[in-house]
Design a protein around this ligand. Structure first.
Ligand SMILES: C[S@@+](CC[C@H](N)C(=O)[O-])C[C@H]1O[C@@H](n2cnc3c(N)ncnc32)[C@H](O)[C@@H]1O
Length: 222
């Protein structure tokens, strides 16, 4: 998979593309992430990319020309163009799985007051990471990339996905590590028993219990 990110703040991505599981996926060529400065596509003096909004109001609006030019430069017939915006569809794990089907994704990160409305005409999908407003689309784009890249074959052990939260509309079961007793809190005995079938049943029941307590809405979808 190849991902082209259009942003005004490329430096924000340095840690993301070089660290931990994402850094390893990049090194192993499971994914190519190219970060592009939208200013490089500006034809305005001083590479300007924003201006005051017509009709007044606070905040600068991202102009259409540099974003159109950047998208047209990178887009191929196979590309999916995503706009990060609080006005988009709220992102879910199901959408993350859907995005793994694309070979090429272009992500546009907004800033300031947001996008000139006409930019929406070249976008295939608008994604919001939740009902709150951030200063820019950089962190939301990393949320989307991280959730998609970890699902690409071979990035993490496939088994790790099986019981993960939201798979089968369940939250994950509780997990424990050493020590067996921490400040009087014991690891459930079944996990120490070595009895695989009993462990499987316990995990299934605990996942159901947790989902019922915290996210009954998920159970309704099952
Ligand atoms: C300050 S916000 C602009 C918000 C816009 N005025 C509105 O109310 O819809 C600047 C940029 O941050 C990004 N952004 C902010 N919150 C987001 C969210 N919840 N999901 C995705 N992107 C977000 C978008 O790219 C947006 O263009």
């Amino acid at each position: 998979m190849k991902i082209d990110v259009l942003t005004l703040f490329p430096l924000m991505f340095d840690g993301f593309v070089n660290t931990s599981i994402i850094g390893r996926a990049v090194k192993d060529n499971k994914v190519t992430i190219n970060i592009h400065n939208i200013r490089d596509f500006s034809k305005e003096p001083n590479n300007r990319v924003d201006d005051y909004g017509f009709g007044g109001g606070h905040g600068m609006v991202l102009m259409p020309a540099p974003i159109f030019d950047a998208v047209e430069h990178f887009r191929t017939p196979d590309s999916l163009v995503i706009m990060m915006t609080p006005q988009g569809k709220t992102y879910t794990q199901e959408q993350a799985y859907n995005l793994t089907k694309y070979n090429h994704i272009i992500i546009i990160c907004g800033h300031y007051e947001g996008f000139d409305e006409r930019i929406r005409s070249i976008v295939d999908l608008e994604i919001s990471i939740g009902d709150y407003v951030l200063t820019g689309g950089e962190i939301p784009s990393m949320v989307v990339m991280d959730s998609v890249i970890r699902l690409i074959d071979g990035v993490i052990i496939e088994e790790s996905h099986l019981n993960e939260s939201f798979n089968n509309n369940l939250l994950d079961h509780p997990v424990y590590t050493k020590p067996q007793n921490f400040r009087g809190m014991e690891v459930p005995e079944v996990l120490l028993s070595g009895h695989h079938e009993n462990i499987r049943k316990w995990r299934e029941e605990e996942a159901l219990k947790k989902t019922l307590e915290r996210r009954p809405d998920l159970l309704e979808k099952r």
